[in-house]
Structures are given as structure tokens and as C-alpha cells.
Design a protein around this ligand. Structure first.
Ligand SMILES: [Zn+2]
Length: 235
């Protein structure tokens, strides 16, 4: 038998042998690993896992259907004295009840259920509710959160490199235009083209290579450019 004490969204479990587990609701449930509180119930972990699966699937169910998930679960609560206060203590008799306790606590604290963008598994964010990666450790020894952070960092630094190139090329061509080395008309046309391309790149519509090709276009030197577009005659 395990006693459970609730403190906001944290659950404190005390086994009859005096072992204590303390965790945020939604963290023990995620993997039900061997060193988790679920290991205290060697039998019946399957039932808990089944309840968890149903809960994941229940996100699209109506409220009565969601309520039906917990229909068979009834906790017994006793009052204990702790530091001169009367505190409610829940008796947890099975892994399934522990799972239900975690889920109910999560529902109460309105923690959203998310699907990790790296491993695709469900998780309950413990910090920011807009978190997109879970804390599971993959075969490579890194957590999804760590891999995600690294990927984002690489993406950002890549984006910064492109931005630096864009700034450098626009500055360079503006200098050429201001010093009369290229025509204002060519510069304006190029500028309109690259700013549109840069927006398209940021939007993911064109590749980095396409943007770079457009950025590095050599503009014709002023004076020597006798080439006139057909549109010049139409204007
Ligand atoms: Zn993950």
C-alpha cells in the first residue's frame, strides 16, 4: 500500500517501507520505467498503461466519454495529522490507481497533453506549456529536449548566416549605386528581387541556394549597361 499526498501538481508517495517518491504529475507516467513509482506495483502495470493509452486517445472524446475512463477508479481518502494540520491522504492500491491519480492531477492543473516533435511520443510539459520536446532519453543517450535545442540552435545560426549575407550584399550594392558604379535602376530592380526572395526564404518557399544565387548576382556596371528591357520602351 502506498500513501499519496498532493501538493499542487506534485505527488508525494510514501510506501509502507518508508520509501518516498516525489514528482510532478505527468513525469512518472510517461515511461513507467523500472525505477519509477510504478515499479512498486509489479503486477498491473499493463492496466495502468492501458488507462494511459485510453487517456491519450480520449483527447477527441466528449466529456462523458472521458469521465467513463475513470469510472472504475475509486480512491479511499483518510485524514492524517501533519505539522499540526489535518491533511488528506490518498491510498493508492494499484498502478492503475496511480496512473489515474497522475492523470486527474494533470487535468486539475490543466497541463496540456503534447506529442513530442522529435520522438512522436506523448508527454506533459512540466515547464512552459508551449514546449515541443519531451524529456525521454533516446538510444544515443540524449534527451529529445537536448536534441531539439541543438537542432533549433543550428537552424538559428544558419538563419543568422543567411541574414548576415543578405545584409552584406545589400550594403555592398548600395555602396556601388551611391558611388555611381552601378545604375540606380539595376540596383532598385535587384533590391526588389532580393527582398522578395529573402521573405520567401524565411517563409520556407525557396531554398537557401536559390536565395544565395539571387543575392550574389553581379549587377552591370553603370554606363556600360546599354541593355534595355522591353518594359523600358513600354513605360
Ligand atoms: Zn521525445
Amino acid at each position: 500500500m502506498i500513501k499519496a499526498y498532493l501538493n499542487k501538481n506534485h505527488i508525494i508517495l510514501k510506501t509502507s517501507k518508508g520509501k518516498v517518491f516525489q514528482f510532478a504529475a505527468g513525469t512518472a507516467i510517461t515511461d513507467m520505467l523500472d525505477d519509477s513509482p510504478y515499479a512498486q506495483f509489479p503486477k498491473g502495470k499493463t492496466k495502468a498503461a492501458a488507462l494511459l493509452e485510453q487517456f491519450y486517445a480520449a483527447q477527441d472524446l466528449s466529456i462523458p466519454e472521458q469521465m467513463a475512463l475513470f469510472a472504475g477508479i475509486g480512491f479511499s481518502v483518510v485524514i492524517e495529522e501533519s505539522d499540526g494540520k489535518a491533511v488528506p491522504v490518498i491510498t493508492v492500491k494499484s498502478a492503475e490507481e496511480l496512473c489515474a491519480l497522475e492523470l486527474i492531477t494533470l487535468m486539475k492543473s490543466r497541463k496540456p497533453l503534447k506529442r513530442c516533435e522529435h520522438c512522436g511520443e506523448y508527454f506533459f510539459p512540466q515547464g512552459r506549456s508551449d514546449a515541443v520536446y519531451c524529456d525521454r532519453i533516446g538510444a544515443d543517450g540524449f534527451s529529445c529536449k537536448k536534441i531539439g535545442a541543438h537542432r533549433q540552435y543550428r537552424k538559428n545560426s544558419r538563419t543568422n548566416d543567411v541574414k548576415a549575407m543578405y545584409d552584406k550584399m545589400t550594403k555592398h550594392n548600395r555602396y556601388l549605386k551611391n558611388s555611381g558604379k552601378i545604375s540606380e535602376r539595376d540596383y532598385d530592380r535587384w533590391m526588389a528581387s532580393v527582398s522578395e526572395s529573402y521573405a520567401a526564404y524565411k517563409n520556407g518557399d525557396i531554398s537557401e541556394r536559390t536565395l544565395m544565387t539571387r543575392l550574389s548576382e553581379t549587377l552591370s556596371p553603370a554606363g556600360r549597361s546599354a541593355r534595355r528591357d522591353i518594359s523600358d520602351y513600354l513605360l
